[in-house]
Design a protein around this ligand. Structure first.
Ligand SMILES: [Zn+2]
Length: 117
């Protein structure tokens, strides 16, 4: 059903309400596109394991699927989630693999948070 089709009792909805719904949809789509680009441009595929860094510099692996998250609050390419190394809540961002040494990647792969997106 498209947003402009009349709903039962909704036919007389003011145009401003319909515009707000479209605006919210466009914002959500833009957010998803930004997040997808941010993860893809850091060398990761979609919907896979991504190495992230928390605010205190801990590296760990998490499952990052753009637009989907159960265990974190999302802000585009930053998420608020639990860090399994420091055992604290922190903003985490995906780290491009080319910025990490082999050793850092290995360490990050050994530390995986819960396996939920
Ligand atoms: Zn941490």
């Amino acid at each position: 059903m498209d947003a402009d089709s009349p709903l039962p009792g909704g036919r007389d909805k003011p145009a401003v309400v319909r515009r707000h719904r479209k605006f919210a949809f466009v914002l959500a789509a833009l957010g998803l596109a930004t997040e997808t680009y941010a993860v893809a441009s850091r060398g990761y595929g979609l919907g896979g394991n991504v190495i992230v860094r928390c605010r205190e510099g801990h590296l760990f692996t998490t499952i990052w699927i753009p637009g989907v998250s159960v265990k974190s609050l999302r802000f585009a390419w930053t998420r608020l989630q639990h860090c399994p190394i420091g055992r604290h809540l922190s903003l985490v961002t995906p780290v491009p693999t080319y910025e990490l040494t082999e050793e850092e990647q290995e360490t990050a792969r050994r530390h995986h948070d819960i396996r939920l997106p």
